[in-house]
Design a protein around this ligand. Structure first.
Ligand code: ADP
Ligand code: NA
Length: 330
């Protein structure tokens, strides 16, 4: 039996990743390294589809890569690289552009959401074709599985459709991947707006728990989390979204199940709950923050690790692109 291949990535769109990115992506990526031939990418080409600042992009790309490593992605065991270091991504995206129907691209709901700020008339064509570049990212590595959140399901379907269509027109060339939708229990909500998911682009700065926040800031944010007026610590996402979110965060950082966490807090008040969640999160993040700072303080070492990843990624990606070029007649 061959080891299944996996591809996943995140945009370098902030200085720090947040609790949701860690719980919903990095923790699972870390575990999957042992059972998969894993490729993890910092997707900087995707990050320029919205207005951006070049200095911030450089900085955020390096910080995102450092956080992948600090959270347990092993650059020797897995392939960890920056998307713009591998030219085949844009080259395959062009070929896939030519087999994507305009209407098909237009049905991608994320463009509708993401273009709202600028309006569809001013949003970039790059934002519109973003899912096609994403398909190229995945297909270059012959990925069997793509671990993503529920919001990415449509893009993985498009990737499958494009691979299938390419193979039908030009002969068997590309591997059709499966989405692995990450666990619903790992969905983390904004501390101030527990009805909305925690997001890098979230509206209230106090609601986002950043991986690189210092201890004081983390503690203050968690102690100010919105809860409800009942006294009971109980897991009930519908009726008690704030408290349930804190229990989820506690469960992930302490290693207890939700039921064990509920039992642990039986008879406790929200003050006690928040104190213990804050302590658990601070303890879980401290080594990640320290390792990130260490990596960022040694730019030559980080460059070396990213060059190693780019070299491995290039080898696989160039071979796939060559199969595609041969198939289309280049
Ligand atoms: P953001 O919304 O903060 O920009 P991304 O869309 O870049 O996050 O998501 C990157 C990864 O992190 C995805 O795999 C996604 O499923 C995961 N993720 C993002 N936000 C959350 C969250 N609130 N809870 C759980 N997982 C999340
Ligand atoms: Na997002």
């Amino acid at each position: 039996m061959t080891t299944p291949r996996l591809f996943s990535g995140m945009q370098p769109s902030a200085d720090s990743l947040h609790f949701g990115n860690w719980a919903g992506a990095l923790l699972q990526w870390k575990d999957m390294q042992d059972t998969h031939d894993a490729t993890y990418c910092v997707v900087d080409l995707h990050a320029i589809t919205v207005p951006q600042d070049p200095k911030a992009l450089t900085h955020q790309t390096r910080r995102t890569a450092a956080q992948y490593i600090a959270a347990g992605i092993d650059p020797e065991k897995s392939t960890l690289f920056v998307q713009s270091h591998v030219p085949a991504h844009t080259q395959l995206a062009w070929v896939l552009n030519t087999i994507t129907a305009f209407g098909e691209a237009g049905r991608m709901t994320q463009f509708k959401d993401k273009s709202q700020k600028e309006g569809t008339d001013h949003a970039s064509v790059g934002l519109f074709t973003y899912p096609i570049l994403q398909a190229a990212d995945i297909l270059l590595y012959d990925a069997d599985v793509v671990p993503v959140g529920e919001d990415q399901r449509q893009h993985i379907e498009l990737t499958r459709d494009l691979a299938g269509r390419f193979n039908q027109r030009f002969g068997d060339t590309l591997v059709q991947p499966e989405a692995k939708i990450l666990k619903e229990t790992a969905k983390i909500y904004d501390l101030q707006h527990p009805g909305s998911k925690m997001s890098k682009s979230g509206e209230s700065p106090q609601g986002i728990v950043w991986l690189l926040d210092d201890e004081k800031t983390l503690t203050k944010k968690i102690k100010s989390a919105v809860t409800d007026s009942e006294p009971e610590v109980r897991f009930d996402p519908e009726a008690k979204p704030g408290v349930s979110n804190l229990l989820t965060m506690f469960s992930i950082t302490s290693g207890m199940t939700i039921a064990q966490a509920e039992a642990h807090f039986a008879g406790s008040g929200y003050g006690d709950l928040k104190t213990q969640v804050a302590e658990a999160v601070v303890a879980a993040f401290a080594p990640i923050k320290a390792r990130t700072e260490e990596l960022l303080s040694d730019p030559a070492e980080l460059d070396r690790l990213l060059a190693l990843g780019a070299s491995r990624a290039n080898e696989v990606a160039t071979a796939t692109l060559q199969r595609v070029y041969d198939a289309v007649g280049f």
